[in-house]
Design a protein around this ligand. Structure first.
Ligand code: SIN
Length: 487
């Protein structure tokens, strides 16, 4: 039995099972894989290790459940989602603890993620009833033209470890609201939260086969099986750009519809007319959220020369005071990295920057296990690897700029385009720069981008498609045009 028995109570005997066609059962292979706590390395649970065989069964279950689910009224689907939402909210604490165990994020952030993730379920329950179509003035008097929205069908969701709950609900809720059924492959690092969500969906009365969960240690094999299955009409993926490109190629033969939320390299511009304290607050909130492991985390901080030194001084003082620790410790503000590869990448990027002239103002060292000290680097330059690559760790490199044009050029000098941030009190500059930045989202004097009410997504190599907002259901809907003649 796990040492964390109480915190696994949402999954009585189910950690090692799949959820396919309304039944909890072992993976076809009979194999399991281990899930560990990043904070301590302790073994947390063994989880069913699905193979393409299980994917086939899950797609069959989703395909069979689809006609009845899409035939429900929008209000009936909405009710199931409202019940799921209520169950998630009622289990905030166990879900948050589970998430902290398996992802390492600090408990306050895990509680925040339960609220954030649940909000997508409530939002799309409401949107289900607003899947409006169009009536269009016809080109001749004897015709009427109407456009309706229909569910695309079986949808696959592949979700990342950095938001084990919210990325599941941000995909599953709009799919279910639109009348689709889902096969979900959660990240191998964090499958327990996804399985707990399935337990709550079952309790909320989501019918058998409408949501299916296939955890696996073989992400590539499961992705390939989902793309190859012609019955899967839609794939939504959040994760790295490299994997997104591979999935896109694998989806091409079946023309499977895709939404891709991929890597980022977010610039954070501080102009000399900015209020510095809110800018420092914003940089810390965005840079150190989830230990720097979000796709919208600030990756490059550009500060105008006149305020550069003052900004670095204030930022470094605040960062030096951040407390690292096991996320279950209520005092911890920064947790561990997810795995050894992530830690090695952070160390490599910092070493590269220092070898090219960056100075460590605070931090700059590993702290045992998977912990890395919250770090500020100054004198960063575009030649350094961390200017071009996503650090995905608690490292804030500061660059200096002189003019607005230079800042925009440096910010856009990346293949990515997910989030960007700017701080200025000049409203004209805010508009100009926000419009010039090549990204799907811009935070202006505010870094809180993620919300169920706004469209989340990127441009360039950060992918395409939008999640959340009234646009979030479009990914799971086909438009059908009806042309009535003889009127
Ligand atoms: C992500 O890192 O992919 C999601 C971040 C968010 O939803 O705020």
């Amino acid at each position: 039995m796990s040492d964390f028995h109480d915190d696994l109570a949402l999954l009585p005997g189910r950690g090692a099972q799949t959820w396919i066609g309304g039944a909890w059962r072992a993976a076809h292979s009979g194999r399991t894989f281990a899930v560990h706590r990043p904070a301590t390395g302790a073994h947390l649970a063994d989880v069913a290790d699905c193979t393409p065989h299980d994917v086939d069964e899950a797609v069959t279950a989703a395909q069979q459940a689809w006609p009845a689910w899409r035939a429900r009224t929008a209000a009936q689907r909405a009710q199931a989602l409202h019940d799921w939402h209520a169950a998630i909210v009622a289990h905030t604490e166990p879900l948050a603890r589970l998430m902290t165990h398996e992802s390492g994020k600090v408990i306050a952030e895990s509680r925040g993620e339960v609220a954030y993730g649940a909000a997508f379920v409530a939002w799309f329950a409401e949107e289900a009833r607003r899947a409006y179509g169009d009536t269009i003035p016809a080109p001749s008097a004897d015709r009427r033209i109407v456009v309706i929205r229909q569910p695309v069908g079986v949808s696959a969701a592949i979700t990342p470890w950095n938001f084990p709950l919210a990325m599941v609900t941000r995909k599953v809720a709009p799919a279910l609201a639109a009348g689709c059924t889902v096969v979900l492959k959660p990240a191998a690092e964090t499958p327990l939260t996804a399985l707990a969500l399935a337990v709550l969906a079952e309790r909320a009365g989501v019918p058998a086969g409408v949501l299916n969960v296939v955890p696996s240690s073989d992400a590539a094999g499961i992705g390939e099986a989902l793309c190859a299955d012609v019955r899967v009409r839609k794939l939504s993926f959040t994760g790295s750009t490299a994997v997104g490109k591979r999935l896109m190629a694998q989806c091409a033969p079946n023309l499977t519809r895709l939404s891709l939320e991929l890597g980022g390299n977010a610039p954070f511009l501080v102009f000399d007319d900015a209020d510095l304290d809110p800018a420092v607050d914003g940089a810390i909130a965005s840079k150190f959220r989830n230990t720097g492991q979000t796709c919208v985390c600030v990756n490059r901080i550009y500060v105008q020369a006149a305020v550069h030194d003052a900004f670095v001084e204030r930022l470094a003082a605040r960062v030096a005071a951040l407390r690292s620790g096991d996320g279950l410790d209520e005092r911890a503000q920064v947790g561990p990295l997810i795995h050894a590869r992530a830690l090695e990448k952070v160390q490599t990027l910092v070493a590269d920057a220092v070898s090219q002239g960056a100075s460590v103002v605070t931090g700059g060292e590993a702290r045992g296990g998977l912990f890395y000290a919250p770090t500020v680097l100054r004198d960063a330059t575009p030649a350094m690897r961390l200017a071009k690559e996503e650090v995905f760790g608690p490292v804030a490199p500061v660059f200096r700029f002189h003019t607005e044009a230079e800042a925009v050029a440096m910010a856009n000098a990346t293949e990515y385009g997910l989030a960007a941030y700017l701080y200025s009190r000049d409203i004209g500059r805010c508009w100009r720069v926000a419009e010039a930045l090549e990204s799907g989202m811009v935070g202006i004097n505010d870094v809180r981008l993620g919300t169920e009410v706004a469209p989340f997504g990127g441009v360039k190599h950060s992918g395409f498609g939008r999640e959340g907002s009234r646009h979030g259901m479009e990914a799971y809907e086909e438009l059908k045009y009806l042309n009535f003649g003889g009127i």
